[in-house]
Design a protein around this ligand. Structure first.
Ligand SMILES: CC(C)(COP(=O)(O)OP(=O)(O)OC[C@H]1O[C@@H](n2cnc3c(N)ncnc32)[C@H](O)[C@@H]1OP(=O)(O)O)[C@@H](O)C(=O)NCCC(=O)NCCS
Length: 182
């Protein structure tokens, strides 16, 4: 039985941070070093956090934070999504999907945004598609997590999902995240 907690950053406990550090380190410590609660890996920080637990054990996590970004000549409010991860021994059992579904629902209700948004590796595009995201083939501008300064232009993969607006209403044009990716 999985329980899903949604918490604002100010509601996270030391116990949550310890669990998160263990979960991130189990995946990324070798390549990225130890995860830090304050800086993570240099990406934009989450404001709303989804934690999936079973018998107290953290099985999965993701977070969103809202920001106004530029798309062509329009301004769009997105819920940038990051830190998506599930425990290695729980993968393929629907935990990732449940974590994202909880955030998607929140982004249509008490933490509203026009769209959900994320950048990812090519290898996980099918996972996000299975979770309701669609790929955008547009140039994306953001700031490098390595120095929080250098502007990077890339072709993604960039994925969006419906928030308070349907995917079909995403405007045309270059995407300017106006800051760090999530
Ligand atoms: C990517 C990740 C979060 C997926 O989590 P998960 O709990 O295994 O995902 P789920 O079991 O909820 O899978 C949901 C659906 O996506 C599919 N899926 C999951 N991982 C997939 C992958 N790597 N490639 C293709 N499809 C995948 C599942 O088969 C399932 O499809 P279904 O519609 O047929 O049921 C997990 O593998 C992970 O933590 N990886 C390491 C960290 C990472 O890469 N995070 C993404 C950063 S952008």
């Amino acid at each position: 039985m999985i329980s899903l907690d949604l918490r604002w950053t100010t509601e996270l406990t030391n116990y949550d941070y310890e669990d998160l550090a263990a979960l991130f380190d189990s995946e990324y410590e070798e390549g990225w070093g130890k995860w830090s609660p304050k800086t993570g890996y240099g990406y934009a920080r989450g404001e709303l956090h989804a934690l999936a637990r079973s018998r107290g054990q953290l099985l999965g996590y993701a977070a969103t934070a809202r920001r106004f970004i530029g798309v062509g000549r329009k301004e769009v409010l997105i819920a940038g999504t990051g830190g998506v991860i599930t425990r290695k021994d729980s993968r393929g059992t629907g935990v990732g999907r449940q974590v994202l579904a909880a955030l998607q629902e929140a982004n249509r209700e008490f933490a509203p945004a026009d769209f959900g948004f994320l950048g990812c590796r090519e290898a996980v595009v099918p996972f996000y598609e299975a979770c309701g995201y669609a790929r955008l083939h547009k140039l994306t501008k953001d700031v490098s997590p390595q120095d929080a300064m250098t502007v990077i232009r890339s072709n993604g993969p960039t994925m969006i999902c419906a928030g308070t607006k349907p995917i079909s209403s995403w405007p045309d044009g270059t995407i300017d995240l106006r800051g760090l990716p999530w």
